[in-house]
Structures are given as C-alpha cells and as structure tokens.
Design a protein. Structure first.
Length: 414
C-alpha cells in the first residue's frame, strides 16, 4: 500500500472516531459522507458502530499494547518490517504512520468492526462473524437452594418475595439482586442454610442477613445461614466472590462480630472490609486480595495478615506468598470488564469459558503467547475472537459451544 492510501485510511479512521463525539467540522463531515457514499459496505460499517459501548471501547483501545500488536502484525503478515530491519532510507514518519494506522484499526475493532485496504481488499469483520456461531455474553443467572431442598431459578423468578427461611424474608429486587431481610431484627430459634450458585455464563449479587454484600462471579457458589447468631458469622464459597462486609456488634454489644469465609482449606477472618477471593478449583491456588480494611488468611500450614492492596497465595510448604497485584485487573469481573495484563492464552481462555459458557479445545500448543488489553463483559464472544485474531498469532473457530484454539498457519513449524 502506498503512503497516499495509508494517509487516507488514517484520516478516515480519525473522522469516524470524532464523528461519535459530534466533533466534525462541515468540511470533515462532507469528507466522511463522501467516503460512505463510495461503497454500501462503508455506510453499513458506519451504521453498525455501537455508540452506547463507546466508553468501554475507548478504555479497551487505550489498554491495548498497540506497538507490540503492530510488531506481531508485521511478523505475521509481512506488511512491514521491524524498525531495526528497515533500510536507512525509510523515514521515522513512515514508521509512526504504521503505529497510528494500527492504533486506528485497533480502535475500530474494539468498536465492533474493522476495515482493511491492505492489498486492495475491503473486508468487514462483521461479515466474517456472521458465519460463526453466536454466543451471547453471560448475565444475572443463579439458582438458590433452600433448606428444604427446593431450587429457585432466579432468572425466571418474579421480583418480590420469593420465600421465607425462619424470620428471614428472601426478596428478589428489581435490579436482579437477592436480599435477605430479617423482621424487626428478631432471630429464629432454628438456623438453616441456603446456597446461591451461578452457572457458567452467570453472575449474581447477594445481600446477606447481616447487610453484607457479596458479588458472585460465574461458576461460583456461596453457602450461608438464614441468620448469624453466636459469636461469629461464617460462610463458605467456591469459585470467585467479592465481599463488602458490614461491621456489626457481637453478642456482648462491644466487639465487632468476626466474619469468616471458608474457601477450600483456607479461612479468611475479617471484621469490616472489602476483599476478593478467587478459589476456582482449576486455578493454581487460592488468591485473596484485600481492597480495604484488614483480613487474616489462614491455612493449616500458615497464616498471614493482609494490608490494603495486597494479595496472598498459598505456595505449598513454603507458606503464603504476598504480592501487590493490579487491583483493576483483579476486580475487572465485578466491574463488568475483562482486563488482561500479559495474561497467558490459557488463563484468558479459562475466563472466556466461564463467562460465555463454552468449552475450550486446544488444537495447538499456545504456550508463550500472552495478551494485554481490555473488553466489556457485555460484548459477544465473536468480538473478543476478532480482537485475539487481529495480530495474526491465533486462529479461533467456534462450533456450537466449543471454541477451537489454533496457531495461525504462519506460526506453525513446517
């Protein structure tokens, strides 16, 4: 592609982005309108832009490692050469143009589509996606198991009072949340237990009888009593959950009643705090991340007290390892996003499997391939697939609810 076409592509990409903010001048609007009139595909692509998701798309584009992605595009497609391999006659402007073009294409891809003029081709990502199976993102889905064995599918249940366990009224709110409310602070003589579980492709928010809030990620569960009596509050989880624990007085009216979370062999003891626990059985250990307050993470072999911003992980007989993770990445699921910071392909695919309820079929060895970037959990799986394929390292195929992961042919050893 010659420099004139590159400059035109860059200019059109900039106009498209600015049009979403209504920042075009009269002349720029005429230029964009002329481009749309050139081909029906151009206008269709413009009309297909998801303006409501623009804020998330901008975050995704900013988080993406554009330079690294462009270098991989160079290697996979042969469009250009690495800077150190460029002949001396190539000016810095030419290279910077490539970075800008890559950034523009990546932005448009995060908006849901992309166009290419490379080698004179005009391809819409949406058209290729239409040939794939459609997998919708997860949502508010959960099953409540009551003490008498009855199961309530919350997605299908009407808002309002669902049941009553002792003095605790179980209410589904209009926003899809579940709350337990005790009548006048009274306590039933009998303590019974309920379990809230989410399937793959599900999430849910729960307010416990003490007013503490819990967010459940996909393929997770929490078991809890209809009332907290005695000297402590105790719940158990599987999968991943975020807690905002309410501080309440104990039986003596003075000390705060401890709140204890059981996850596998670990016990997390808190007073009033915010923290995340990742206890999926297919992960390498249980991760407890403290956002606010203080917690004591205990295991038969060791224990550690965390400070805000710290994360614990049990390392076998060596005891706990404490680190300072990227909190935005750890809490991305709770905030409706995927955020990856040099995540391995298998780690990324595990998250996609849980949220989109798909099985992963690895056809090639993908070790050593890492990704950085972000995407909204409201987006379809096909959009994520397009982004992961964009730099030419992976080829993905979706058949029903099975996602096949392969190396791009250009990366396979002949």
């Amino acid at each position: 592609m010659d420099d004139e076409h590159l400059q035109r592509d860059l200019h059109i990409a900039e106009l498209l982005k600015r049009s979403l903010f209504d920042e075009l001048s009269a002349t720029e609007r005429e230029t964009l309108e002329a481009w749309m009139n050139e081909k029906e595909a151009h206008r269709r692509q413009f009309d297909d832009l998801d303006r409501d998701a623009l804020a998330d798309d901008l975050l995704e584009a900013e988080n993406y490692d554009v330079e690294a992605a462009t270098m991989r595009i160079f290697a996979a497609t042969g469009i250009g050469e690495k800077p150190e391999e460029q002949p001396s006659k190539v000016s810095p402007l030419y290279l910077s143009t490539w970075w800008k073009i890559a950034a523009a294409c990546l932005f448009l891809a995060t908006a849901g589509w992309s166009w290419y003029h490379f080698n004179g081709r005009d391809i819409s990502m949406n058209e290729s996606a239409n040939a794939r199976s459609v997998v919708v993102p997860g949502g508010n889905k959960a099953i409540l198991l009551l003490s008498d064995g009855r199961k309530v599918e919350l997605e299908a249940a009407s808002n309002g009072l669902l049941s009553q366990e002792g003095d605790a009224r179980i209410i589904k709110l209009e926003d899809g949340k579940l709350t337990y409310q005790s009548d006048n602070g009274s306590r039933s003589r009998k303590t019974v237990y309920n379990t809230l579980s989410t399937p793959r492709g599900g999430q849910y928010q729960l307010t416990l009888p003490d007013g503490s809030n819990v967010w459940l990620n996909a393929a997770s569960s929490i078991t809890f009593p209809n009332q907290f009596d005695g000297n402590e509050r105790r719940v158990s989880i599987t999968g991943e959950a975020y807690f905002e624990v309410r501080s309440i007085p104990g039986p003596d009216g003075k000390r705060t009643m401890p709140f204890i979370v059981e996850a596998g062999n670990e016990r997390i003891r808190v007073l009033g705090t915010q923290f995340n626990i990742n206890a999926y059985g297919d992960e390498d250990g249980i991760l407890t991340t403290l956002v606010e307050g203080s917690v004591i993470v205990g295991h038969p072999l060791d224990s550690v007290t965390l400070k805000p911003g710290q994360q614990s992980k049990m390392k076998g007989s060596a005891g706990y390892k404490v680190s300072k993770p990227d909190l935005e990445e750890v809490l991305a699921w709770k905030n409706g996003k995927f955020i990856f910071n040099q995540a391995s392909t298998k780690s990324l695919m595990t998250q996609l499997s849980r949220w989109y309820d798909v099985d992963i079929d690895y056809r090639d060895d993908v070790a050593g391939i890492y990704f950085s970037g972000g995407l909204s959990r409201k987006d379809r799986l096909e959009k994520m697939m397009e982004l992961l394929e964009l730099d030419g390292r992976l080829k993905l195929e979706l058949e029903g609810h099975v996602l096949k992961v392969m190396l791009n042919e250009s990366r396979k050893v002949k």
